[in-house]
Write a protein that binds this ligand. Structure first.
Ligand code: GDP
Ligand code: MG
Length: 373
């Protein structure tokens, strides 16, 4: 009998069965299933594969089973929430410049001279008085990590493409990510201040990929911008809001907070610091929160300007102090009524992880260690 949790990867299953992952893949193939090394397998697939190798399967509780699911929200509890936006694109096409421009133009005006911290997420108020939250992740890594862990955090993706360049591999990757995640895209054709910029060429290339922009009669919004001069950025933000309106984003602020960890680290003076995006409910000082294997009471909360917050509602990015460790980007963060509940789930997660790593450890190759670092 093989004890296993649902949704383990083909690779981990191979380790548990003491066979090579190639054997798993070819066995699946002979059964008409195509799986890749890191693919997570559902209960049915695991049962079939294990059977091929002569095992009966017993499913141990998955982590999600242990999370006490909340009652569905009543329609009257739902209020509009701000869109959560990720900026993606090829290296050097201007992601950081765009995020910086938006942050500086829209954020620091009332706090000239104040130090804006880099906390991985921030929100801004647009010209027309609407909020937009941005995930400010270096490169795609955090976003990719979050997606790999199944976290759905982004409502919209801005795909930045430099008008003096062309559609590049990471541009395509970003488009793929958005499409696979079912996240609507808006194209920001950047660097139009440059003399050799050719936004029409980019739109043509997009059309060639079946991504026809709105001004050419298609369904994708695009905006010519310059992250250097600020040209077109207000218009871009209005297009984000327009797209968000179609999505009718709503959340219930009147319940225990649920969110996703954007990044976390150990700060010498302040202990473990986690940047989280609250997605539903309201997070308050004193709440008992759990993220991954770590829990604790919310000791303090700050926005990206370093301003203290007492509470944070849906679509609010906050820096939180009080966790017992650093969770991973993409971990769900959830508030519990009692410390006992949070501790029990944290402990059982720790145990599952310890068991799985013990069982898989002996099969880790040098190559894999290299990939993990
Ligand atoms: P990232 O790798 O996508 O984050 O790209 P960066 O924001 O770091 O930008 C790469 C380079 O392009 C930097 O030297 C920026 O100053 C420059 N850059 C970004 N946006 C613009 C723009 O709109 N106009 C011009 N002229 N340069 C830009
Ligand atoms: Mg950058």
């Amino acid at each position: 009998i093989l004890k296993v949790t649902e949704f383990i990867s083909a690779n981990d299953l191979a380790a548990l069965l003491d066979v090579s992952v190639n054997q798993i893949i070819s066995t699946c193939m002979s059964l008409g299933m195509f799986v890749s090394i890191n693919q997570r397998l559902d209960a049915e697939a695991i049962t079939i594969i294990a059977d091929e190798f002569g095992y009966d399967v017993e499913f141990t509780k998955s982590i999600e089973d242990e999370m006490v699911e909340d009652a569905p929200d009543e329609a009257e509890d739902l209020i509009e929430r701000a869109p959560i936006v990720t900026i993606m694109g090829h290296v050097d096409h201007g992601k950081t410049s765009l995020l910086d421009y938006i942050r500086m133009a829209k954020v620091t005006t009332e706090e000239a001279g104040g130090i804006t911290q880099h906390i991985g997420a921030y929100d801004v108020m647009t010209q027309t008085g609407h909020k937009i939250a941005f995930l400010d992740t270096p490169g795609h890594e955090a976003f990719t990590a979050m997606r790999a862990r199944g976290a759905k955090i982004t409502d919209l993706a801005i795909i930045v493409i430099a008008a003096d360049d062309s559609i590049m591999p990471q541009t395509k990757e970003a488009i793929n990510h958005a499409q696979m995640g079912g996240v609507p895209m808006i194209f920001a054709i950047n660097k139009v201040d440059k003399p050799n910029a050719n936004p029409a060429k980019i739109k043509e290339a997009l059309a060639g990929m079946n991504l026809l922009v709105e001004e050419w009669g298609g369904k994708y919004q695009s905006q010519d911008i310059s992250a250097k001069t600020g040209q077109g950025i207000d218009e871009l933000l209005e297009k984000v809001l327009l797209e968000a309106e179609i999505l009718e984003l709503k959340a219930n602020p009147n319940k225990n907070a649920v969110g996703t960890v954007v990044e976390a680290s150990l700060d010498k003076g302040r202990g473990y610091v986690a940047t989280i995006m609250v997605q539903a409910g309201t997070l308050r000082i004193g709440d008992i929160m759990l993220a991954g294997q770590h829990y604790g009471r919310v000791k303090a909360m700050f926005d990206h300007k370093g301003k203290k917050l007492k509470e944070a509602g849906p679509s609010t990015p906050v820096q939180v102090l009080g966790l017992s460790g650093a969770p991973q980007a993409g971990d769900t963060i959830k508030v519990y009524d009692t410390e006992r509940e949070a501790r029990e789930i944290a402990n059982s997660r720790e145990q599952i992880q310890r068991e799985q790593s013990l069982r898989t450890k002996k099969h880790i190759t040098l190559d894999e260690i290299g990939r993990r670092l």
